[in-house]
Design a protein around this ligand. Structure first.
Ligand SMILES: [Zn+2]
Length: 271
């Protein structure tokens, strides 16, 4: 396939144009709202384009893209959807995590949580939780919520369906990664899928209630008016709860808390 068209236009769409296309499409396929997408030149098509005009480009999921190229969907359908993208109607683009194998593991700020039902709990609310399959052969179910630095949700996960909010400044989904930015160079969430069963939270700048959560590679910092906790390089296996902070109810004794054990081991905690 030629790298340029007859006008010498490269197939590579510049990053700023791609971002504009994502923003105007609500970060999902304009027809169905699915979040794993491809960029499509609509009018003019790529072979007739002289420059990458964001208003002439849109997002389509592989399924809808294929229906357009094989003639099952008309160009008019795409143009109509561009006026009112599906993700903007629902408020989010979406897709699914695939946990067809063993219990998913969570890597978050240098912590590895293996077979952990509730990896992170704040104010008794699971930020992440993993439920057992509902029937034999069904997948494990991951749910959770991520917010930005102001506490506004950016990505919610409901039983393996992830929903990236369309009012975020930018959401980019590619190569097994979901990246949310609140400005050109500021990532507030980078989440990676490491098949078959690992979710890696690589970057997070999040406020939840009075708690600021900062994850940068190998460390996680949880800061509130009352405490400042930094953790890194921890492994927890078969814990019902990973990190639990600011519980408003007493933690049942049957739920061993990783945090309790970490405090005993004098990790860098000031409070
Ligand atoms: Zn679609």
């Amino acid at each position: 396939m030629a790298k340029v068209n007859k006008y010498g236009l490269s197939r590579t769409i510049p990053a700023d144009v791609r971002r504009k296309v994502r923003q105007q499409s609500g970060y999902g396929c304009v027809i169905c709202g699915m979040g794993v997408i491809q960029y499509e030149h609509v009018v003019p098509e790529y072979h007739e384009a002289k420059f990458h005009d964001p208003l002439a480009i849109t997002l389509l999921c592989p399924s809808c893209h294929s229906k357009v190229t094989t003639g099952f969907y008309s160009k008019q359908k795409v143009l109509q959807a561009m006026k009112l993208p599906a993700a903007k109607q629902t408020g989010f683009s979406k897709d699914f995590f695939d946990f067809c194998g063993p219990h998913p593991s969570i890597k978050i700020g240098g912590m590895t949580l293996v077979r952990c039902h509730s990896p992170v709990i704040i104010y008794d609310r699971p930020i992440l939780k993993i439920e057992s399959p509902k029937e034999l052969g069904a997948p494990f179910l991951l749910s959770g919520i991520f917010c930005d630095k102001e506490g506004k949700p950016t990505l919610e996960i409901v039983e393996n369906e992830w929903r990236a909010h369309s009012d975020s400044w930018d959401v980019e989904v590619s190569a097994g990664e979901i990246t949310v930015r609140d400005s050109p160079r500021n990532i507030v969430l980078k989440l990676k899928v490491l098949p078959p069963d690992v979710i890696l939270v690589e970057t997070l700048k999040m406020r939840f209630g009075f708690v600021d959560i900062n994850i940068n590679g190998e460390t996680i910092n949880l800061k509130s008016p009352m405490s400042d906790l930094t953790l890194s390089h921890c492994l927890a296996e078969d814990c019902r709860v990973g990190i639990s902070i600011y519980s408003l109810i007493s933690t049942p004794q049957i739920y061993p808390s990783l945090l309790t054990r970490l405090i005993r081991n004098t990790y860098s905690i000031t409070s």
